[in-house]
Design a protein around this ligand. Structure first.
Ligand SMILES: NC(=O)c1ccc[n+]([C@@H]2O[C@H](COP(=O)([O-])OP(=O)(O)OC[C@H]3O[C@@H](n4cnc5c(N)ncnc54)[C@H](OP(=O)(O)O)[C@@H]3O)[C@@H](O)[C@H]2O)c1
Length: 301
């Protein structure tokens, strides 16, 4: 099978580590990073180019010497709080730079795969499928939705994968909800968890495999890549404790109503007929992937 050169933006990020871990054999990854990253030839791809999304994307991509078959765009301003603090920067990185990248792909007839989010929805009319209309209520959701629109307006050979909470320990100096949770549990620190924030979490390696499948297919449009079960954070916390054989003493149920910093959607549960039925991929239930997340001593991998 012919080797494909796939450009992944944001190669240092949490999701990218799982894309690298699950990379198909016939794929050669070219990464982008905005800073120099630690030389880990065992993990990071051989070719890494500098790309800062605050600067013009076109001129920076001139450094590319290899032909590119597809781009997977993971790089983003992904912190909800950070986006609220600096909406202009969030718009630049998540929306405008995505538009420049989409035009770059269009000019070269290169397929573009865009990582988006369940937070593009308001959260008052779940579950959301691929035909539901986004109506974001915070800066992160708004700028990611604008990023989606930029991808769609420029070129028809695109796939937008909206993901829910990705769950699996962070690899290679990245971290995730599960690391935060297990750390606090082991250090005997209280764990505040929303009782009324509902998501459809996915097991990150399965999510990454799904994105490779989409990338290497000719399928276009929007895909929801989500878990099979909608769950609130507090119940998720209880399920993790139960699995680890721990009590619930450290878990503190809190409500979105207690938070005044910025609007957070209540229930952005995703469903998908496209990724589950059409593709025949079963994205595991919460408990089956909790099983894979921890060893029996309750340490994250
Ligand atoms: N993780 C989830 O549960 C989740 C859920 C829904 C959607 N998503 C979406 O999935 C994608 C990947 O998420 P993630 O969790 O892997 O995010 P992440 O760990 O925060 O990684 C973001 C990546 O973007 C890069 N980046 C940030 N600002 C940049 C800039 N100005 N120029 C160039 N690169 C920049 C970061 O580089 P540095 O290392 O240099 O900062 C990092 O490599 C994002 O698009 C996010 O919106 C994630």
């Amino acid at each position: 099978m012919k080797t494909k050169n796939i450009l992944i933006t944001g190669i240092s990020g949490y999701i990218s580590q799982y894309l690298l871990l699950t990379k198909p054999q016939n794929v050669n990854v070219i990464g982008t990073a905005r800073r120099r990253i630690l030389n880990r030839p065992d993990y990071f791809p051989q070719t890494i180019i500098r790309l800062d999304l605050q600067k013009d994307v076109f001129s920076q991509l001139e450094q590319l010497t290899l032909p590119v078959d597809a781009v997977i765009h993971t790089a983003a301003m992904s912190g909800l709080g950070a986006c609220e603090k600096d909406p202009q920067l969030a718009k630049r990185i998540n929306a405008e730079a995505t538009g420049e990248l989409a035009r770059w792909c269009q000019n070269r007839r290169i397929r573009l795969i865009y990582f988006s989010t369940d937070i593009v929805f308001k959260g008052d009319a779940p579950p959301y499928d691929e035909n539901s209309r986004p109506d974001p209520i915070n800066v992160y959701g708004q700028t990611k939705w604008e990023g989606e629109l930029k991808v769609r307006e420029n070129y028809e050979d695109y796939a937008i994968g909206r993901i829910a909470l990705a769950m699996a320990p962070g690899l290679n100096n990245t971290s995730n909800f599960i690391d935060w949770f297990v750390n606090r549990l082991h250090n005997g620190r209280q764990i505040p968890l929303f009782k009324d924030e509902i998501r459809t979490p996915t097991f990150t390696p399965l999510l990454a495999e799904k994105f490779w499948e989409i990338t290497l297919s000719a399928d276009t449009g929007i895909f929801h890549v989500c878990g099979a079960q909608a769950i609130d954070r507090y119940s998720l916390g209880k399920a993790i404790c139960q699995y680890l054989g721990k009590g619930f003493e450290l878990l503190k149920p809190i409500s979105l109503k207690d938070m005044r910093d910025y609007p957070r959607p209540v229930d952005v549960s995703l469903i998908s007929k496209r990724t589950m039925a059409k593709k025949g991929v079963e994205i595991g239930s919460i408990l089956s992937y909790l099983d894979k997340m921890f060893d029996k001593k309750g340490t994250s991998g």
